[in-house]
Design a protein around this ligand. Structure first.
Ligand SMILES: [Cu+2]
Length: 157
């Protein structure tokens, strides 16, 4: 077999392997009147995920009052912004590594925020600006970034 076709075959095998490993996750949007804390009432579930480049997330229930919206200052350079409204299901594939901050435009003031890490936080961890989320948002993102740091430590071992 000529070398070129061997290499082409290898490249195809690798591409297939990468896409075969891509995973799809789900994030639901809830109004939970039985929640124990005010910020638990309106929430993304889960509100934190670490995924790999090429993975996808299905955002559920952006109907009625919920949105899935990129937060200015908490988004990697070059990554397409997300702004989902009035859709029962929207699937987004994430390719650009970094930290992604999300809010619900309607319930952000009640603490409806989420944090997603794609691959590694390094791209924008030193440039996160949380000036747009208020004191409650900063407290919530503080907790989510702690989860991220714990994950980063366990992944580096
Ligand atoms: Cu909402």
């Amino acid at each position: 077999m000529p070398l070129k076709s061997i290499l082409t075959g290898l490249a195809l095998t690798l591409a297939t392997a990468v896409s075969a490993n891509a995973e799809t996750f789900e994030i639901d949007q809830l109004i939970d009147l039985n929640a124990l804390t005010p910020e638990g009432v309106y929430r993304f579930a889960p509100d934190y995920l670490w995924i790999e480049p090429g993975d996808s997330i299905k955002f559920l229930n952006s109907t009625g009052n919920h949105t899935v919206t990129a937060i200015d200052g908490m988004w990697p350079d070059g990554a397409e912004r997300v702004d989902i409204e009035h859709q029962p299901l929207a699937e987004v594939t994430f390719e650009t590594p970094g930290i992604y901050g999300f809010k619900c435009k309607v319930h952000g003031r009640h603490g409806m925020y989420a944090l997603i890490v794609v691959g590694s936080p390094d791209a924008n961890v030193d440039r996160l600006e949380m000036t747009n989320v208020g004191a409650l948002g900063q407290r919530i993102f503080g907790g989510l970034l702690e989860k991220m740091n714990t994950d980063a430590e366990s992944r580096s071992q």
